[in-house]
Design a protein around this ligand. Sequence first.
Ligand code: ZN
Length: 258
Amino acid sequence: MKLPSGRNFILFISFDFDAESAEILQGKDPIAISRGRFGPKVGIWKVLNVLDQYGLKTTFFTPGWVIEKYPDVVKSIAEKGHEIALHGYLHERLDELKRQDEEKIFDISERAFMNILSYKPYGFRAPYWRWSENTLDILLSRNYLYDSSLMDSEDPYVLSKKGKRLVVLPIDWRLDDWPYLEAYRSISNKELLDMWIEEIEYAYRRRGYVSITMHPQCIGRGARIMILMNLISKALKLRAWIPRGVDIAKYILYKGSK
Ligand SMILES: [Zn+2]
């Protein structure tokens, strides 16, 4: 992959800023909801602090409902130069919806973006990383620049259909904090960091791309924030480019094609 000069690989660190949206939709109990609420109350501020320390701007995939519920938090993220991208309205599973209901989720979420942030999102990530059979058409018809949900490549690529183009910033379940630290609590902080460092070392060796996904309510809890700090510190030593999703998508579309 062609890389910006002086950089050895692309590291897409992104955050799914779900807050308690998924728990509200599922009608979970107040404690489960409080774990989600930890994101906007505590986790996000720790994450933003770390990004500030390293001078990084990145992407927060955010449900429309979270933008409406926490407008001041979302505005604070955007004012720092981070990108807010779309992540459903109430963290729905799109594969369970009829096309008209899925379109409605995009409508109300884009309205929340316009009302609170005054822009339409460039990027999209499907909640639970599940597309419906209509999601691609919906993204193309609404002129999204990129999606970050598919798992069929290790490097970004351009998907073309009916004369329209969508940049794919691929992801990987293994490079997500949620399954290891929240869903299954199957691994220590140290083990997770070691695995992720191995992945960035591999991306460095092959001069490629790697995407790591975190959730402020997860990585922002206690000493887990050190995983983020140590990861960024290591990546910068290896001269990674760590931009926002929109920057990678534009780069791939206009400069980075093979
Ligand atoms: Zn999510």
